[in-house]
Design a protein around this ligand. Structure first.
Ligand code: ADP
Ligand code: MG
Length: 690
């Protein structure tokens, strides 16, 4: 008698599937696959279409293609240096022979049976008359499915294995396991297949057409969930404010400034003032190009909060930036008698205790810091206003944590990454937006030029002249992102550059070094020396990207400029051009692919951050744009923000409609949908629904 199998559930761990032991489970979890649901939601990244194979002789060299060939025999394995073993298989058709090569993989070679015909997918290599394919993927020529899904792989987990697991999961799941987050009427309206069909269709399509159709459903689901999550976040603003203010007047602050605020700054402050005096907490995004003076707007808010007896906090992404903000705010708010405290990870021991004490008893009216300000030990006496600088460096979650430091404080997030209007609604749907579209007076646009490294000698001649005229120079080398990567070969890049290039080409000049792996004290010393004019040229990684303000710097050189998106280059460029002197940005790149040339040329002719962002969006993958690092939002797996703009609108309208009927998404029939929304935001390390 057959044993009764308990029914598989979507929430079950993948270990319930055949062939998944502890080791496999650990490897799968590296791909983010823990449950059966995770597995099914790991959509293929591509498909191999075996339906139009070509003969061996006509197959093109060095281009991915499918070849139909019969296996003749297996060669004896050959051991080569490095402990590797090569397995070769002889195959071919009437037109020519084909050698198939597999490294360290007896399994693949053994699966190929002599005298059987297969379809091989790979690149043809080899020399005259000799054709070979290394590590091809293949299926029997008489296979019923001419399409094979290709999955993201990790060590030990290959695409074929994932295909098998998915197949098993789909077969083992009972019909009721496919609780569809998208309701029937909605699916009918937009002609989207039901979940069970769609999962089959995306993992095992019978045609590319079908794959495309089902992909559309998942793209919709993703955007719908994103919209719902953002709108639920926004519902925070329907709560009443925890920091009601009655008396808000920026005039005393303005009067204490050494220069008049720009019109744009005044407008933003006025918008903030109205929010402060309103009944619900402010949720505002302040967008302004680098150098547009966002700090001053934040400071005005802090001054107004203090008028009402509230503390303010500003969170910056790096230690350097936090220090700089603390100094600036001290300069701006000190004259009004406000006490500014700096809290970073490197403030320790007694100093830290004293500081926390001042935060807790309200003596420190303005607290500036890194994410250290989120720490459990940090308790505010009466926090009323929270500011997040360079918000794309933080996630939705950290933003929420900061706002959680008090009962519904007013929140201002500042961003120097302009967002094209088509997207800002989706990305920042939960925020009101203020825009600083005016630079402080006296700025001249930075002259930008692109050069190849053949011109390095001349470029250094130019740098020498600039330094001789009393200016300072930044050189940015591509390197690890500060505080994350651990690729020490890249770390060499900036260090070596300083010694082998900069020091040689600028003998006798004072050359500084700055990168994310230096100790905070070291970094601070370098920044101090730079600001004091004791460094002529600073070789650095992109740690200077965010916010560092050195008015005397007149040239920004960016090595390997092809490695950055235009928005990132634009940010770096914004580090110069802050003083009165004419400033320059030199993009060095030896990459002459047309797209790179075009991109860099575009930047040379454009100083408008919004246009730059739009170009990025149009020309790079939306993955880059939507990446967590850009916006701190969930990464979309299927949807494509650039091409799915219409779908975004539809999803937004449907989401609004649904929340109108069920504001908290609490109805039992929306349980699956609510879970899907949580999944999307959890994967980003953020929680939208609380
Ligand atoms: P960002 O928007 O990039 O954060 P900052 O707040 O760092 O810009 O300001 C850039 C520079 O402009 C600072 O040196 C600041 O003192 C100066 N600044 C800001 N507002 C004005 C103004 N209204 N008039 C003159 N200079 C200003
Ligand atoms: Mg700034």
């Amino acid at each position: 008698m057959e044993e009764e199998q308990p029914m598989l559930k979507r929430t079950d761990k993948v270990q319930y599937l055949k062939g998944v032991g502890e080791k496999r489970a650990a490897q799968l979890s590296k791909l983010g696959i823990v449950t059966v649901e995770d597995l099914l939601r790991s959509y293929p990244r591509d498909y191999i279409d075996y339906s139009n194979p070509c003969g061996v002789l006509e197959a093109p060299y060095e281009t991915p293609c499918v070849v139909r060939a019969t296996v003749f025999s297996r060669q004896a394995p050959v051991r080569v240096r490095g402990g590797r073993t090569i397995y070769r298989v002889n195959a071919g058709d009437d037109s020519a022979g084909l050698t198939l090569t597999f490294f360290n993989s007896p399994y693949a070679a053994q699966k190929l049976e002599p005298d059987r015909e297969y379809l091989f997918y790979g690149r043809i290599g080899g020399g005259f008359g000799r054709r070979e394919m290394t590590a091809p993927t293949f299926i029997p020529a008489d296979a019923s499915h001419p399409l094979t899904a290709v999955y993201h792989q990790t060590q030990g987990i290959n695409s074929a294995y994932l295909s098998r697991l998915v197949k098993e999961a789909l077969e083992a799941l009972p019909a009721e396991a496919f609780d569809d987050p998208l309701e029937e009427p909605l699916r009918r309206r937009w002609r989207l297949p039901a979940l069970a069909d769609a999962l089959r269709g995306i993992h095992q399509p019978s045609s590319l057409e079908e794959a495309k159709r089902t992909r559309r459903r998942f793209a919709f689901e993703e955007l719908y969930c994103l919209e719902l999550g953002m709108k639920l976040l926004r519902s925070r603003s329907s709560r009443s404010t925890g920091a009601p203010m009655t008396h808000c007047d920026p005039a005393p602050f303005y009067a204490s400034l050494p220069f008049p605020p720009t019109g744009a700054q005044r407008r933003a402050v006025e918008e903030m003032r109205r929010d402060f005096c309103g009944a619900s907490p402010m949720n505002r995004l302040l967008q302004g190009d680098v150098g547009s003076g966002k700090t001053l707007v934040a400071a005005a808010g802090m001054a107004m909060a203090a008028q009402n007896g509230y503390q303010s906090v500003l969170m910056a992404p790096t230690e350097i930036l936090a220090r700089q903000h603390a100094q600036t705010l001290d300069r701006l708010l000190g004259p009004l008698g406000l006490q500014v405290a700096l809290l970073t990870g490197s403030v320790k021991g007694k100093a830290r205790r004293t500081l926390l004490e001042m935060v807790a008893n309200g003596e420190a009216q303005v607290v500036v810091g890194t994410h250290a300000v989120l720490g459990d030990a940090v308790n505010f006496a009466h926090l009323g206003f929270a500011v997040v600088d360079e918000q794309h460096r933080f996630g939705v979650r950290q933003r929420g944590l900061l706002a959680g430091k008090a009962e519904n404080p007013h929140l201002l997030v500042m961003s120097a990454t302009p967002i094209p209007r088509t997207l800002s609604l989706l990305l920042f749907g939960e925020l009101d937006v203020s825009i600083l579209d005016e630079l402080p007076p006296g700025r001249t646009p930075v002259r930008t030029i692109a050069v190849g490294s053949a011109l390095r000698g001349r470029m250094y001649g130019f740098l020498e002249k600039q330094i001789a005229a009393g200016h300072q120079v930044f050189v940015v080398c591509p390197l690890i992102e500060q505080e994350e990567g651990n690729d020490s070969s890249e770390l060499q890049a900036v260090t070596a550059y300083r010694e082998t290039i900069a020091a040689k080409l600028l003998p006798g000049r004072r050359i500084g070094l700055l990168h994310g792996r230096m100790k905070p004290e070291q970094k601070e010393e370098v920044m101090r020396a730079l600001a004091a004019g004791e460094i002529d040229l600073l070789c650095s990684t992109t740690v200077v990207e965010v916010g560092v303000d050195v008015p005397n710097a007149s040239v920004m050189v960016i090595e390997n400029a092809e490695r950055y998106g235009l928005s990132a280059l634009h940010q770096l460029r914004g580090r110069v051009g802050r003083g009165a002197a004419e400033s320059f940005c030199i993009l060095v790149s030896d990459n002459d692919s047309e797209s790179v040339r075009e991109r860099l040329t575009f930047l040379c002719h454009t100083s408008d951050g919004f246009a730059v962002a739009q170009y990025d969006l149009d020309h790079r993958g939306p993955g880059d744009f939507f990446g967590k690092r850009q916006h701190g939002l969930p990464t979309l797996r299927v949807a494509d923000a650039a091409t799915d703009a219409r779908m975004i609108e539809t999803a937004a309208a449907e989401a609004a409609d649904l929340l109108h009927r069920d504001p908290e998404l609490a109805a039992p029939e929306h349980a699956a949908l609510r879970l899907a929304v949580e999944r999307l935001f959890d994967a980003a390390g953020g929680t939208a629904v609380n």
